[in-house]
Design a protein around this ligand. Structure first.
Ligand code: PEP
Ligand code: MG
Length: 932
């Protein structure tokens, strides 16, 4: 029953298969591959899904792939658009695809004599969605063909094992025979468990079950199906196949898939393909097996063949975590010939795909078959090392290396590790596989719901499970880290954790969990839900209690100048990547910083200036708040000026510190923009306290608080409205900036202040404020006998400002988009309380992403583009930036690049992310231009 044909050299052009010809008149819904030929290729992922496209590609490059066909994603779209029905020509095309497979295999689908052709049915979306969609193996079996299979293979046990597995998978996935609310286990698993206890009085391993046992289980499973569904298990192979395809398409909309798509922003419209592939068997005995592997280590990036396999097993057994698999390297001793072949495949795949591959393979009686390849999911640390190493190996160029590091994962590299001294004192209670690097400490919870609830209360959570399944996804998202007792590095927990950047230790066999009692017993100690554990996903270690975390090597090297950290490979690779980013980038990255320390950090991360200093943040510290309150409470100009005089030195010192930390880089300083009432105490005791301090009656404070009360402070007395009403505030701030700049210049730090007036909607507002700033500048320059290089501009953060940007640009020397306020005013959603309905909006796909996190490109983005065009029409060289929170979001950064901003500004720790995203945008442009 081996695949008959030999693999051929890659075909230069797809050769038409029978299915192609049959569809010549209409739309082609079925693409076949096999025997060295394929209708499709690796570039056709949108139509064939990732799995189908790569099976075609592997076939073309001569790898041993069992034949099959892909039903395209267009059929999925059709299915949902047409009340879950199929295009009329589909059946004929599938039959042609099946005939092609039969010809190559020399077997017949549903044959009751000779070797029957069995197929695997798998989903395959454009982007892989691990664990989200369902797979059915051994399809095509019934009471007759199982006998044929048994005879043809002379392996009765194997035949009944396949049949039993098929009914179980099909029953679960297609017929919906699943755990009910009052049940603890899957019904088929319960049936097996009961059978084992009846016959063997113990939980014997599945491999101990005889042919007769499997046959009996088939009977029981079928009865179970009948009992649960009221229908008999389908006998006809084509009914089985249609049912399976329907289930795959149906699973595109299941809860797990929806959650996954939302998290990774995969559009629902993409749909999934269905792959039907001739079965090869890893479960025929001890010369067979199945495995999954990565061409390099996806956890830390090391160039080693990394994965696992199980002898006498089908692929699903490896990832299910039921039996703990062996490292793939051990195949070298157990099946040296297949291992050598695998190593060759490993090299071929990397050379061809120029990226690390995640493969599935089956060895059937000593013969190797490839069932899947895809770009391997990886941690940020692995992505970094892969990309740098592959440039050294000349597999990719440095521009591609930039694209290979997902910008939104980069923060993982900055994530904390355990404090080295603390961890030495901690007790190791178990070890498992290091599946998701990093250090996590938290309260343990044993199910996903309770993890989510605890995380919502602000607790740091570790999700602890025997093994995870896609049902645990929500809990995994909520948790800091994941610990499992069973399963290997390719188990669901490991895959998902890696992708999410979660710390994960899996297969820690010493962890004994009692779900009912909500306890875990580890090394003789019992831990209750809510107790602390700590896990190190880089080494695979589990510790009792809480352990302090310490900064990563990159943080230690960059921010603390730690020499040992700077000598690590990770640090050096990071530095190299960032160097390439600087080479590629067009958009510069500034930071939002209010203190010298934040500024220093951001500069160390590669920021080239400050894009936003929120001056009101400088008043929250120590005694300053009192002077600020005195200013707000003042009821005459004189009184206000007395208070402002107290504030001036504070501000001047702050600005000086910032100029010094900037070492000549520019600083955009935004003048006051808080609703005043935020600064006044609202509690009675605090009001009394302030009255005492300022020597005024408490009633005066109470009445001022009352006066300043606003129904909607976000649209209230803030921004430039403050400076227009009280020009002396603007004057004080301008004086503080210019005096500090003069002092900084004197000491040799070239200060470059850019004064930014907030919340401007009318040109006149800006004119009045700018006039004042210039007059103070003139005065200070004369007093200090120095010249200060400064500019004055505005934020564009309300729609009127954007729409009249041509007028505003007559005065403003620069625009900085305040996309926080621009989003709330454009969308009419408050940035503070829209959290109450935005999740529902995301769920219904009204918004694809939270618009306060990632720019609403069609709405807010349009306002930005209008402002840019209008602004440039009056001032062609106007400097344009963004300082809303979006400045650190990779998609928004790419959008800013596209619309031609000169810089983005974000919080210090997001600077590396923004730099990478900016460089990626530039590289993508370059590559697109080259293609043209
Ligand atoms: C903005 O509105 O985007 C902005 C940066 O200002 P703030 O967040 O301080 O209102
Ligand atoms: Mg704002």
């Amino acid at each position: 029953m081996a695949v008959k044909s030999k693999a051929k050299k890659p075909a230069a052009k797809a050769k038409a298969s029978p299915a192609t010809k049959s569809a010549a008149k209409g739309t082609k819904y079925v693409y076949t591959w096999g025997a060295g030929r394929a209708d499709g290729d690796g570039s056709m992922k949108p139509l064939l899904g990732g799995k189908g496209a790569n099976l075609a590609e592997m076939t073309r490059i001569g790898l041993p792939v069992p034949p099959g066909f892909t039903v395209t994603t267009e059929v999925c779209t059709y299915f949902y658009a047409n009340k879950k029905t199929y295009p009329a020509s589909l059946q004929a095309q599938m039959e042609a695809g099946m005939a092609n497979m039969e010809k190559i295999m020399g077997t017949k689908f549903g044959a009751t004599e000779g070797m029957p052709l069995l197929v695997a049915v798998r989903s395959g979306a454009r982007d892989s969605m691990p664990g989200m969609m369902d797979t059915i193996l051994n399809l095509g079996l019934n009471d007759k063909s199982v006998l044929a299979l048994s005879q043809a293979t002379k392996n009765e046990r194997f035949a009944w094992d396949c049949y039993r597995r098929f009914i179980q998978m099909y029953g679960d996935v297609v017929l919906g025979v699943q755990k009910r609310e009052n049940e603890d286990h899957e019904p088929f698993e319960t049936a097996i468990h009961e059978f084992k206890h009846e016959v063997y009085h113990a939980d014997v391993e599945d491999s101990k079950l005889t042919a007769a046992d499997q046959q009996e289980l088939v009977k029981r499973f079928k009865a179970l199906v009948k009992e649960r569904t009221g229908k008999s298990f389908p006998d006809n192979p084509w009914d089985q196949l249609r049912g399976a395809a329907g289930a795959v398409f149906g699973s595109w909309m299941n809860d797990r898939a929806n959650v996954y798509r939302r998290k990774y922003n995969i559009p629902t419209e993409w749909g999934t393909a269905v792959n039907v592939q001739a079965m090869v068997f890893g479960n025929t005995g001890d010369t067979s097996g199945s495995g999954v592997a990565f061409t390099r280590n996806p956890a830390n990036g090391t160039d080693e063949f990394y994965g696992e396999f199980l002898i006498n097993a089908q692929g699903e057994d490896v990832v299910a975590g039921v039996r703990t698999p062996e490292p793939v390297l051990k195949l070298k001793d157990q099946m040296p010939k297949s291992y050598a072949e695998l190593l060759k495949v490993r090299a071929t795949l990397e050379k061809h795909f120029k990226d690390v591959q995640d493969i599935e393979f089956t060895i059937q009686e000593g013969k190797l078959f490839m069932l899947q390849t895809r770009n391997g999911k990886r941690t940020a640390a692995a992505a970094l090392k892969f990309s740098i190493d592959m440039v050294k190996e000349k597999l990719i160029d440095w521009q591609t290396a930039i694209l290979r590091n997902p910008a939104d994962q980069l923060e993982q590299l900055l994530a904390p590790i355990f404090d080295l001294n603390e961890v030495k004192k901690a007790t190791v209670i178990a070890t498992g596989l290091p599946a998701g690097p990093g250090a996590a400490t938290g309260k343990i919870y044993f199910n996903a719901d309770r993890s989510v609830q605890a995380a919502e209360k602000g607790e740091k959570v570790l999700l602890v499970r025997v093994e995870t399944s896609p049902e645990d996804l929500r809990g995994m998202i909520a948790a800091e880290g994941i610990l499992t007792a069973r399963g290997g590095v390719s188990s669901h927990a490991a895959l998902v954790a890696r992708q999410m950047g979660k710390v994960c230790v899996c297969g820690a066999a010493a962890v004994h969990i009692d779900y009912e009692a909500k306890t875990a017993t580890i090394a003789g100690q019992t831990f209750k839900e809510g107790d602390f554990l700590s896990i190190d996903g880089t080494s695979g270690t589990v510790y009792a209690g809480q352990i302090k975390t310490a900064p990563s090597e990159i943080i230690a090297g960059l921010l603390h100048g730690d020499k040992a950290a700077q000598a690590t490979e990770k640090f050096k690779n990071y530095a190299q990547l960032m160097k390439w980013c600087s080479q590629a980038t067009k958009l510069s990255v500034r930071t939002n910083a209010d203190t010298p320390e934040q500024t220093q950090n951001a500069i160390a991360f590669g920021a080239v200036g400050i894009g936003l200093t929120r001056t009101e943040h400088m008043f929250f510290e120590g005694d300053r708040i009192d002077a600020m309150r005195e200013m707000i409470l003042a009821d005459s100009l004189e009184a206000r000026q007395t208070a402002l005089a107290k504030l001036l030195p504070y501000q001047r010192d702050d600005f000086f510190g910032i100029f010094k930390a900037l070492k000549g880089f520019p600083a955009t300083i935004r003048f006051l923009d808080p609703p005043l009432h935020e600064f006044l105490p609202h509690a009675k005791e605090q009001q009394a306290d302030l009255a005492r301090k300022l020597g005024i009656p408490v009633e005066k404070i109470m009445s001022r608080v009352h006066e300043l009360h606003e129904f909607n402070p976000m649209l209230g007395f803030r921004g430039c409205r403050l400076g227009i009403r009280y020009p002396e505030i603007t004057a004080m701030q301008a004086r503080a900036v210019f005096e500090a700049a003069a002092d900084a210049n004197k000491q040799g730090f070239k200060a470059k202040p850019e004064i930014m007036i907030p919340l401007v909607g009318f040109k006149k507002e800006l004119d009045l404020q700018v006039e004042l700033v210039h007059s103070v500048a003139k005065a200070v320059q004369a007093e200090k006998k120095t010249k200060i290089a400064y500019s004055v501009g505005t934020m564009i953060e309300i729609p009127r400002g954007a729409l009249t940007a041509d007028e505003i640009a007559e005065t403003a020397e620069f625009f900085s988009f305040g996309t926080n306020d621009l989003t709330q005013t454009c969308l009419g959603m408050s940035r503070d309380d829209s959290g109450s309905f935005l999740p529902a909006y995301a769920e219904s796909e009204i918004v694809k992403k939270n618009p306060f996190a990632s720019i609403d490109q069609t709405g807010v983005g349009q306002l930005m583009q209008i402002a840019i065009t209008k602004g440039r029409s009056k001032r062609p060289d106007i400097k344009l930036g963004i300082c809303g929170e979006h400045g650190g979001d990779p998609d928004s950064v790419k959008f800013c690049h596209k619309i031609g901003l000169s810089y983005v500004s974000c919080s210090p720790y997001r600077v590396p992310v923004a730099r990478l995203a900016a460089a990626q945008a530039a590289v993508s442009d370059l590559m697109a231009a080259k293609k043209k």
